[in-house]
Design a protein around this ligand. Structure first.
Ligand SMILES: [Zn+2]
Length: 251
C-alpha cells in the first residue's frame, strides 16, 4: 500500500479534474492499482475489512461521508434512507478509487443495488453524481394521474428542451436505470389513501375547487423544500386532474 500511495493520489487528482467536466466515464478501467502493486481484491479487503468496519478509526471517516447527505436521505432518489456508500465508479473496475472519498456517495440500498457495477460508455449514459451535478435548475420530474380504482400516478423524466442533450439524457438514464418511476409510484400509492378523509370533507363543503385549493397549498409547501421531488410531481398532477379533484380520489 505504501508503494501504491502515489497511484491512489494520482487517481484522486484525475477524478477531481474530470468530475466537473463530466468525463469520469473516460477513466480507464484497471484490474489493480499501479500495475502489480495492489490487486482489486486487496483493495476490496481494505474497504470491507478496515475502512468500513465498525470499531476502526477509519469507520469514523466512512460515517462522516454517510452523514454528508442532507436529512439522511439518499441523494440519488431523494426519497429513501441512507444505508450505505455507493462507489460512483465501481471498485471492481477502478480499484485505485476504492477508498477515495469523492468517489463515495451516500446511498439507499435500492439505488446502490440498481446501480451495481455498471460503467457508462458515454457522457449521456452516466448516472448523476451528487457532488458534481446540479439538475435542479429546471423542472424535469412529472407525473400523471391514472384514473382507476384505486387512483395511482405514473412518473416520467422530461427535462427542459433548453438543456444540453447530454444533460437531458443523463437525467433520463438515471431515472430509468435506477427504476425511480416504480419507486415514486409506490410511495405515492402509499400516501394517497391517507388524504381521502380530508378531501371528502372538502369536496362536500366546497366542491372540486376546495379540493384543488387544498392540494395546491400542499404543492407550494413541497416546492419550498426542493425541486423535482416525487411529492411535487404528485401534487402538481393531482391539482391538474379534474377527475381526481372531482371525487376520483375516492375511486
Ligand atoms: Zn436512493
Amino acid at each position: 500500500m505504501e508503494r501504491a500511495r502515489g497511484n491512489l493520489v494520482a487517481a484522486e487528482i484525475e477524478y477531481l479534474q474530470r468530475g466537473p467536466l463530466k468525463t469520469l466515464y473516460e477513466i480507464v478501467e484497471a484490474g489493480d492499482v499501479g500495475p502489480g502493486l495492489v490487486s482489486a481484491g486487496e483493495m476490496e479487503g481494505l474497504y470491507t475489512g478496515t475502512f468500513s468496519r465498525k470499531g476502526t478509526q477509519s469507520r469514523d471517516l466512512y460515517d462522516k461521508i454517510k452523514q454528508g447527505a442532507p436529512n439522511g436521505i439518499c441523494p440519488l432518489c431523494g426519497s429513501q434512507q441512507i444505508k450505505t456508500l455507493d462507489h460512483y465508479l465501481a471498485k471492481t473496475k477502478h480499484p485505485a478509487l476504492t477508498i477515495t472519498p469523492i468517489n463515495l456517495v451516500p446511498s439507499c440500498s435500492d439505488c446502490n443495488k440498481a446501480k451495481g457495477d455498471s460503467q457508462a460508455a458515454a457522457d449521456s449514459d452516466q448516472h448523476l453524481h451528487p457532488y458534481f451535478d446540479d439538475v435542479d435548475d429546471g423542472e424535469w420530474l412529472f407525473a400523471t394521474v391514472v384514473e382507476a380504482s384505486p387512483p395511482s400516478l405514473n412518473y416520467r423524466a422530461d427535462p427542459p428542451a433548453a438543456w444540453p442533450a447530454p444533460k437531458r439524457e443523463r437525467v433520463i438514464a438515471h431515472f430509468e436505470n435506477l427504476a425511480h418511476g416504480f419507486l415514486f409510484a409506490a410511495l405515492s400509492s402509499d400516501q394517497l389513501p391517507s388524504m381521502r378523509t380530508r378531501l371528502r370533507r372538502l369536496l362536500a363543503a366546497g366542491g372540486a375547487q376546495a379540493v384543488r385549493n387544498h392540494l395546491s397549498e400542499d404543492l407550494e409547501g413541497h416546492k419550498e423544500e426542493r425541486r423535482n421531488s416525487w411529492q411535487i410531481a404528485m401534487y402538481a398532477a393531482l391539482v391538474a386532474s379534474d377527475w381526481y379533484c372531482g371525487g376520483g380520489f375516492d375511486a
